[in-house]
Unconditional design. Sequence first.
Length: 315
Amino acid sequence: MPDNLFVGVDIGGTKVAAGLVNASGEILSQNRIPMVANGSAADGLDAILSAISSALPSGRHSVAGIGICAPGPLDPRTGVILNPPNLPCWRNFPLASEVQKAYPVPVKVDNDANAAALAEARWGAARGYNNVFYATLGTGIGTGIVFGGKIYHGGTGAAGEGGHVSIDRNGPLCVCGKPGCIEVFASGTAIVKRVRASISEKARSLLSELARGNPESITGQTVAQALAANDPLAREIMTDCAEMLALWLSNMVDILDPEIIVIGGGAAALYEPFLGNIRERVPALAINPRTSEIPIVAARYGADSGIAGGAALCT
């Protein structure tokens, strides 16, 4: 293996990020290029190969492995991208084998939450733990499960869709088609949507002032700004969202009994002031009598979790 260096690739609907990662999980370099999501399958592949090439040091053409985080649905066992809504260029596309034609090294493909969970277990906040539950809170909610130091894929490779576990059958309909998924209550998108619906010109809230009469201008950053100023409406909404997140996490504890819970993603920062409350509420809501022994911690890898996760797939 050449110097035990790996390339981690993070594919999104608009960009491809690729980085060189060493065996200690340190990201040595990285780059981002546009993703051609609406072009041909070949156009999409060219974007991936270009990102990989740019991530390699000058003169180097080989690494120990290439790991790719891609939107699902996908088959992690074969490396085939099935039919992701955000990547219409690929339908039943054998991404792993196509990349391997250009780079004859092991190539692994998995979804971002699974890969990020493995990176946290290998090198991050869950290092030293064998059984890990990872949740990424962002536009949606994704989860990854690591058992015995390996990603748990289930019988068909589709395990770990924890963001689409319902906590209220009478709740709002999720984009997945189910009612009351935790994603519609506690994701970054859900928080912003709730804030927009709650503010008004009459409400005495910093959020109303920041909106300047246009609720659609509210973003996650706006909510964070209001929280930092101890805005009552922002705290009320986030307190309720944190309670729902705690209920959901208690369910995950009772099902999986993980050794540690890791929270990552772009919206995780909004929950940081409420982590203490969540840590208190999860044991109170779970049946497991030893729930209080399970740490709930912030992830090591933030925006770079896809790159680190891709590399972790190869270790």
